[in-house]
Unconditional design. Structure first.
Length: 120
């Protein structure tokens, strides 16, 4: 598990950067400002909490940060779904790629949490 954590951190970092770049092309309408703000907050929170967890001083802290990261991934899925299904953004395929990456990050976090909780 330890050898995958740096990879997880790097994936989450690149994911956040790609979300930021993607949202910079949104139309200048109020609804997109709201979605962009929430999406950037939740997407960047995934990686930020992974980094915090990897620097944790105890297994309990690591679990807490990974749980927050998983919650942020779930929120990111919500905002991506809203963006795809309730707006006129014509980049559905790109959004679906982000959804898939979010699901993969969630799966890794979930598996890590199950492993960490078994060791307590």
């Amino acid at each position: 598990m330890n050898k995958n954590k740096p990879e997880l951190k790097i994936r989450a970092y690149h994911f956040a950067i790609n979300i930021i770049k993607f949202t910079s092309s949104f139309p200048s309408k109020r609804i997109y400002w709201i979605i962009e703000d929430q999406l950037i907050r939740s997407a960047t929170s995934i990686g930020a909490n992974i980094v915090e967890g990897l620097g944790a001083i105890s297994r309990k802290d690591l679990i807490c940060y990974f749980q927050i990261s998983l919650k942020s991934a779930n929120e990111t899925l919500f905002w991506l779904g809203i963006l795809r299904d309730a707006t006129d953004i014509n980049k559905k395929q790109e959004i679906n790629i982000f959804i898939q990456e979010t699901k993969e990050l969630s799966s890794i976090l979930g598996a890590s949490l199950l492993t960490l909780k078994k060791k307590i």
